[in-house]
Write a protein that binds this ligand. Sequence first.
Ligand SMILES: [Zn+2]
Length: 305
Amino acid sequence: MRLRLTKSNNAAFLLRASFALYIGAAAASVPVCWGGAETARPPAAQNAANAQDIAERLSRAYPGIVQGVDSGGVIFADGTRLPLHDGKGDKTFAAWLSDPDIADMFAIAYPPGQVSTPPPVNFDPGRARNAAFFKKVYGDCAAGGVTPALVDVIWLPKKARQVLKVTSVNGVAKRLAAISAELDELSADFDGFLWPAAGAYNCRDIAGTKTPSAHGYGIAIDIAVQHASYWRWSGAKDEAAPAYRNEVPMEIVRVFENHGFIWGGKWNHFDTMHFEYRPELLTPGDGLQAGADAAGSASSGTPAK
Ligand SMILES: [Zn+2]
């Protein structure tokens, strides 16, 4: 598919080179091909350029759950498959967001680490989630499929001792516990950004949509709201984001990213208190830590239901 990031056909699109915008076009057949030669390709984005790369990312990010990708789609450890492409062709931004196929989740490369400019219009890496894929991996919360795998994580055991519920599937709880331990060591200057956390597991749709929230899979956490910025809070309607705002320090963001969590502060539709476990969008080269928790993830929880 080809994702059009512009708000309308006439909207001027501002490309800021330092923010690694990428527009990809995946062919209906495997291997996936990317859009025409006229499309500028920042280096980071080229990493998500083909089915083999998607296969490697998914297999690495979901060990013991995803076995690979072939012409029949994504192969799960239980032998079932989900299509990589839905064959729906070009998608508007709204369609990409509301009805992404698995390949669409990689259409915009997530930029790890420090970024120097606000995200361009509709630059929302990781915001599109193929619901079938996440329900397969983590379960369907509306059907009671997520709660059996939920475990308690003590958020900031020294400072806050707040109990949060996240899934144990795919090592998510262990990852969040490691993040919590690292953030607990930051100076008190960071406290107001971190706790009280605004929540983790919550079976709901994203505000203003019928799209399942990452919180419903038990893979997301919202940190403290005092310094948070959320695009909808500005009275924005439809999908037009207001001017970018953020107060959350990069020291916090880096800790999350190193454990496979992406940050909603890197979205044009910013949600700066939101982090979610999306290790397929980060790579060891980005600082992603493998760790014992990743190695043990296949045996924790109940993957690939
Ligand atoms: Zn959130």
